[in-house]
Design a protein around this ligand. Structure first.
Ligand code: ZN
Length: 471
């Protein structure tokens, strides 16, 4: 058996691992590189010839895990792509949207280059188009949780809930070796937080010979969760009392639906007044439809809500907005409302229009519920500057700026340790990936100290022979 690390090595994006085992060549995830320093890798051919890969297995539908699948298909991959049913549906929405963004990006760059009278480092073409993304769809094979799937006579795979986003999975592979022994490999994917709303907790394993695990928060613990619901209640009621709107920049997958979950609870319990609540993002609305269809992914608490007739995705006041005209109409409404829109870091999308209409209004509140990366408009606004540039114009910042922590989709250091140390027998090797260098190294050290296991942090393109130490 051979394992090669084709991404997410000492960084958090570009998850992609190549496993040669039991006569098969498997790719686990095929993610886009999203950190500025590594963007060039998206344009390079897959380090393993796409034509020679038998299966692509993907853990979940985030761009840094599936975003390069269209490139792989362009390079000649024709094999089946396995993901859970909910993942497969979200992946379609995500990849089509990504193709659209790539096309828009290329058009924008062409225009800029023409204006500046120069040519870029390469002819500006999209990384892939919507049409390219759609070529992935016929290869997708929805694979239910907890079903053992035979890939050939020696290799089996099973998808277990990862508790990260709807449909997210950890992969357990069983490989029968030449001598007849069976080796187990576990790929953690992204490990969710325990007790998150809507979805179930991450799966735990008692046995594995080789583990590849993420370490996004490997060097730190989350701040105590606090009571998200009460904070939300307070902020909404405050803003309504002032006669303003609550504007929430949100990601389309999971965060938007979590917010709906909390807001629905406040509405059903009459803790906030009757008001219009808008989810103004065609992509988030499409993803919400996938949530509605896939109750099999949800935890007991959410089932109980459905059974009591209190759907978190359909409740009094909640409006799902797809069309641009509907979106524009929101700004002419009288009275307070809550508007959730993308993008989550205010880098593009409809949120910018709502910011233009509300950021200079002292009655309104801009509420951040997710991480804001450096150099984004979201991060800038969080610093509460006197004014900020949106759509090419400086706008005074007079709205209240608030932030709610506690909605992370990733396990923190303690939860990662809890997950790994659930194993009852020592794995032969543990590989730490999907974390910034410091986080990955620090987590590897914590795990070594706690267990005495062999834990390594692989480099990009590092290859490991997974020899059996049982003879
Ligand atoms: Zn993820």
């Amino acid at each position: 058996m051979k394992l090669k690390f084709l991404g997410a090595s000492r960084q958090v994006t570009g998850s992609r691992y190549f496993l040669e085992a039991g006569g098969l060549r498997l790719l686990i995830d095929c993610g886009m590189f999203q950190e500025r320093a590594f963007l060039e890798r998206n344009w390079e051919a897959c380090p393993v010839a796409a034509r020679e890969i038998d299966f692509l297995l993907f853990t979940h539908a985030h761009l840094d895990h599936v975003g390069l699948a269209p490139r792989l298909v362009l390079e000649g991959f024709t094999g089946p792509i396995l993901g859970t049913p909910a993942s497969v549906e979200i992946a379609r929405i995500l990849l089509a949207d990504s193709g659209k963004i790539q096309e828009e990006d290329a058009r924008y760059k062409q225009k800029r280059h023409r204006k500046e009278g120069r040519s870029g480092p390469r002819p500006v073409v999209p990384l892939y188009t919507i049409e390219d993304a759609e070529k992935v769809f016929p290869l997708l094979r929805p694979t239910p949780y907890e079903k053992v799937v035979t890939l050939n006579d020696r290799v089996e795979v099973c998808f277990h809930d990862a508790g990260h986003i709807l449909g997210s999975a950890m992969l357990e592979l069983r490989v029968r070796e030449d001598g007849g022994g069976v080796r187990r490999l576990v790929f953690s994917g992204d490990i969710g937080q325990w007790d998150k709303p809507i979805i179930r907790d991450p799966s735990l394993f008692t046995q594995a010979d080789f583990v590849v695990m993420e370490s996004t928060y490997g060097d730190r613990d989350h701040e105590p969760l606090g009571d998200v619901e009460s904070r939300l209640e307070e902020i909404v009621n405050d803003t309504v009392a002032r006669g303003g709107n609550v504007i929430i920049p949100t990601f389309a997958i999971e965060r938007a639906q979590e917010l709906m979950y909390f807001l629905s609870a406040l509405v059903y319990q009459k803790r906030i007044p009757n008001l219009m609540i808008f989810l103004d993002s065609p992509m988030a609305v499409n993803v919400t439809d996938v949530f509605r269809k896939h109750r099999e992914c949800m935890d007991e608490e959410t089932w109980a809500l459905f059974n009591a007739g209190q759907s978190p995705f359909h409740f009094p006041g909640m409006q799902l907005v797809r069309s641009t005209s509907q979106s524009k109409a929101i700004n002419h409404l009288k009275g307070s409302c809550i508007i959730m829109a993308g993008s989550g870091m205010c880098t593009g999308g409809r949120i910018k229009h709502h910011l233009v209409h509300n950021i200079s209004d002292p009655h309104s509140t801009i509420l951040f519920v997710g991480y804001q990366a450096r150099h984004t408009l979201g991060r800038q606004i969080l610093k509460r500057p006197d004014e900020v540039r949106i759509h090419g114009q400086m706008r005074p910042v007079r709205a209240r700026i608030e932030q709610i922590h506690g909605l992370s989709a990733h396990a923190d250091r303690n939860a990662l340790l809890r997950w790994a140390t659930h194993l009852q027998s020592s794995p032969q090797r543990v590989f730490i990936t999907h974390g910034e260098e410091e986080a990955a190294e620090s987590f590897a050290e914590s795990l070594r100290q706690q267990t005495g296991w062999t834990v390594t942090v692989p480099e990009y393109l590092e290859e490991q022979n997974l020899e059996s130490n049982k003879s």
